[in-house]
Design a protein around this ligand. Structure first.
Ligand SMILES: Cc1ncc(C[n+]2csc(CCOP(=O)(O)OP(=O)(O)O)c2C)c(N)n1
Length: 319
């Protein structure tokens, strides 16, 4: 049933590794393996990128990869391209980035390379862009992911196209009108689209309307467009894999993946709630380069992933 035929523990280890690499790309210019306590010199001078959506992207990516394995007819479209540290972490671990950038080897040198060059002049951009393997639309304007997924499935009957849509993106006119496409493309000459709504509750500076609906209201909305909603807690690997299984033989499935915004990151900073709040959206520890308390929180945050259990310099990734 599952593409790679390996233990689900692989999913949580992979998510931990990708979460670590996401945070490291956002903050670190040196000391990438925490071989000594972090100092201000290890922190980039300008912190620019988005953390809040990364853990959810890593959950969705790992679960889809586990289920679909190397199925050549499967493809993935990412709505929240601002969560680029997460996308890049996944492409890096799988060796996909190395195929277009020979310095991005999935080893210690490659980790140093992607982290120090993330969101850096002349290096990697802060958002997914056409220099990223597999990315053809730069995005930036939210709303087009679902419509792009239908376009990608058009005329390709064997294809399955999964698409991650933020709950903020789901408020846009474009995303909501694209919901109607299941009525126009649901025939044997076209492939299947698997929308995955990332219900993390917040957008840039406030809560999302989608997440403020009652569960019943949201499920009815999805059903009203003609889909079968499948609600899962993103942290529950078995439930997620079961939902993917059901989705694979259901007409017009629609997964709703609940995952707290900024989960696995700092919960409170300077007395303010960050994880599970809009304050997780971009850089949660803005003053990590100058404030000893924030630097300490970053050290604790990174240590929490126990990256040395997932990677070592001799063997590389041991997922
Ligand atoms: C059409 C459009 N409006 C506003 C923005 C600015 N913007 C960038 S990220 C973001 C929040 C996105 O929220 P969501 O889709 O829920 O993603 P996540 O919470 O997972 O980051 C917004 C409003 C945009 N990129 N495009």
């Amino acid at each position: 049933m599952y593409g790679l035929g390996i233990n689900p523990e692989w999913i949580s280890r992979r998510v931990r590794a990708c979460d670590y690499l996401s945070v490291a790309q956002l903050f670190l210019q040196s000391n990438f393996f925490l071989e000594k306590p972090l100092t201000f010199d290890d922190i980039k001078p300008r912190l620019l990128g988005h953390w809040g959506t990364c853990h959810g992207i890593n959950l969705a990516y790992a679960n889809l990869k586990y289920f679909y394995g190397k199925d050549p007819n499967f493809s993935f479209i990412l709505g929240p391209g601002h969560g680029f540290p997460a996308l890049q972490a996944n492409l890096f671990i799988d060796g996909d980035l190395e195929k277009v950038d020979t310095k991005a080897t999935p080893d210690a040198d490659g980790i140093a390379y992607i982290c120090s060059n993330f969101s850096w002049p002349g290096g990697f951009p802060s958002h997914a862009s056409p220099v990223t393997p597999g990315v053809i639309c730069e995005g930036g304007e939210l709303g087009y992911a679902l419509g792009t997924a239908y376009g990608s499935a058009l005329g390709h009957p064997r294809k399955t196209v999964a698409v991650l849509i933020g709950d903020g993106e789901f408020e846009t006119a474009t995303a909501l009108s694209s919901m109607n496409l299941c009525k126009l493309l649901g025939s044997d000459v076209n492939g299947r689209v698997l929308p995955v709504l990332h219900l993390n509750g917040y957008k840039i500076s406030g809560p999302t309307v989608t997440a403020r609906k009652s569960e019943r209201e949201l499920l009815e909305l999805i059903r009203g467009f003609g889909y079968i909603p499948l609600l899962v807690n993103g942290e529950d690997t078995n439930a997620f894999q079961d939902a993917l299984d059901v989705a694979s033989h259901t007409k017009n499935p629609f997964i709703i993946m609940k995952s707290e915004k900024g989960k696995t990151g700092p919960t409170f900073v300077d007395g303010k709630k960050v994880a599970g709040n809009f304050l997780a959206h971009q850089i949660p520890l803005k003053h990590a380069k100058t404030d000893p308390d924030e630097l300490h929180l970053l050290q604790v945050w990174l240590e929490g992933y126990r990256f040395s259990e997932l990677f070592n310099k001799k063997e590389g990734f041991t997922l």
